[in-house]
Design a protein around this ligand. Structure first.
Ligand code: NI
Length: 173
């Protein structure tokens, strides 16, 4: 069990473009475990590797959010590509473990289909709707350094930045 420290906005690592994993699956099992443990410890719907300071194209999604059962492992996405997004969209409040306590309304495609590889390097494709589709779009954004602040206006972004800078100063973990 390894719960890692989650980077908070505006940590510059969160704004980086992450590197593809490619064929090197050697450290994936450990990364998968750390992402899962950290996500569960913070009750997140998903978590992307850059949020724990690993700038690789990897994220996990909570099994229940991914349509599996509570007993299942989180769904791991390695080098994910969003293959298709529905034209139909939905606005919903969205949070992020790198922005504790902050929720902003974001318009996302209602359905999404993603292709990725699993922990053994095996390819798979998955389609999701609602929260699952939203989580895939949100986590994929992280891999390109795109954050919830990139989906709001300038003023709101400034307010969030100020609040998070204060939070970071008083952070005690
Ligand atoms: Ni996030």
């Amino acid at each position: 069990m390894a719960i890692r420290r989650i980077l908070w906005y505006p940590d510059p690592q969160l704004m980086e473009q992450c590197a593809p994993v490619g064929d090197s699956t050697s450290e994936l099992a450990e990364l998968f475990r750390d992402l899962s443990d950290t996500m569960f410890a913070h009750n997140g719907a998903g978590l992307a590797a850059p949020q724990i300071g690993i700038l690789k194209r990897v994220f996990v999604i909570d099994p229940v959010v991914a349509g599996l059962s509570e007993q299942d492992a989180p769904l791991l996405f390695v080098d994910p590509q969003i293959e298709w997004l529905s034209d139909e969209t939905e606005v919903s409040d969205e949070g992020c473990l790198s922005f504790p306590g902050i929720y902003v309304p974001i318009r996302r495609a209602l359905k999404a289909r993603t292709r990725a590889r699993d922990v053994e390097g095996k390819g798979f494709e998955v389609e999701g709707e609602g929260l699952f589709a939203r989580a895939m779009q949100h986590e994929k954004d992280h891999l390109d350094g795109t954050l919830i602040t990139d989906h709001v206006g300038r003023l709101k972004r400034k307010m969030i930045r100020r609040k998070m800078e204060r939070e970071t100063q008083s952070r005690d973990d």
